[in-house]
Design a protein around this ligand. Structure first.
Ligand code: UZR
Ligand code: MG
Length: 251
């Protein structure tokens, strides 16, 4: 390849000074978070201090909107559709992604699945990084958000595998009982997946069959990110007091 870094970056639609934004979509329990974790692990980022990380991951769950009192009651009875696009605050997600692209430090709220709400006192700070992964069932649904990604991955795992994972996860980690989980799945999760999530697969640049078990696909993606982080990016000094002056160099 004779392409110069700047040409490569321009051809791929992003400017050298902005982070490389990767969207990771897929059905519930498809392995989106695990794919992101594997990518971070392979890049040696998992055990770094937050301020030192060059690759960070954000979940779309942090952008569930605050429910009205009556919606909250429905949520407690398992009658609120958390898989519908209306359940999200897409404007807030868009604003935060724009800030990230502008190289700003942002605060991302933490979501609590037990109370079905954003924690009012817990959030985490995302410092400027080279690569930012955004994972969630509907990250490709909102056109303005979708258009911001430099790379789009869709984690494509069979529905039965996803259901088999979702049931124990909801019971053990999210405080639900079996009947509630299955009702919610049949009434909301499955139909919303088919109506809103699956049609966004066509926007993906890379489809990852079998999800996090697909080591070959993850390796290929990691190599691409590695290139961006260590080879293709021009030297850049992130000017931010909290970022410890991360310095990236061309080899
Ligand atoms: P993933 N979800 C909850 O179960 N409770 C909430 O308060 C908010 C979201 C679920 C949501 C969706 N659906 O299927 C899932 N329900 O989180 C998305 N019901 O998360 O992609 O990790 O499966
Ligand atoms: Mg998840």
């Amino acid at each position: 390849m004779t392409e110069k870094p700047a040409d490569y970056l321009a051809a791929n639609g992003f400017e050298s000074k902005t982070p490389f934004l990767i969207g990771v979509a897929g059905g519930t329990a498809s392995g989106k978070s695990t794919v992101c974790q594997r990518i971070m692990e392979k890049l040696g980022q998992q055990h770094k201090e937050q301020t030192e990380r060059r690759v960070v991951c954000i979940s779309q769950d942090s952008f569930y909107r605050t429910l009205t009192p009556s919606e909250r009651l429905r949520a407690e009875r398992g009658q609120f559709n958390f898989d519908h696009p209306d359940a999200f605050d897409d404007k807030k997600l868009l604003a935060i992604l724009k800030d990230i692209l502008a190289g700003k430090k942002v605060e991302v709220p933490e979501y609590d699945y037990i109370t079905n709400s954003i924690s009012s006192h817990r959030s985490h700070t995302i410092y400027p990084a080279d690569v930012v992964l955004i994972e969630g069932i509907l990250v490709f649904y909102f056109p303005e958000v979708r258009d911001l990604f430099h790379m789009k991955l869709f984690v494509d795992t069979d529905s039965d595998t996803r259901l088999a994972r979702r049931v124990p996860r909801d019971i053990m980690e999210r405080g639900r009982d079996l009947e509630q989980v299955l009702n919610q799945y049949m009434n909301f999760v499955k139909p919303a997946f088919e109506e809103f999530c699956l049609p966004t697969k066509k926007f993906a640049d890379v489809i990852i069959p079998r999800g996090a078990d697909n080591f070959v696909a993850i390796d290929l993606i990691v190599h691409h990110i590695w290139d961006i982080m260590y080879k293709k990016r021009p030297a850049q000094k992130v000017v931010n007091g909290n970022c410890n002056g991360t310095h990236l160099e061309v080899d």
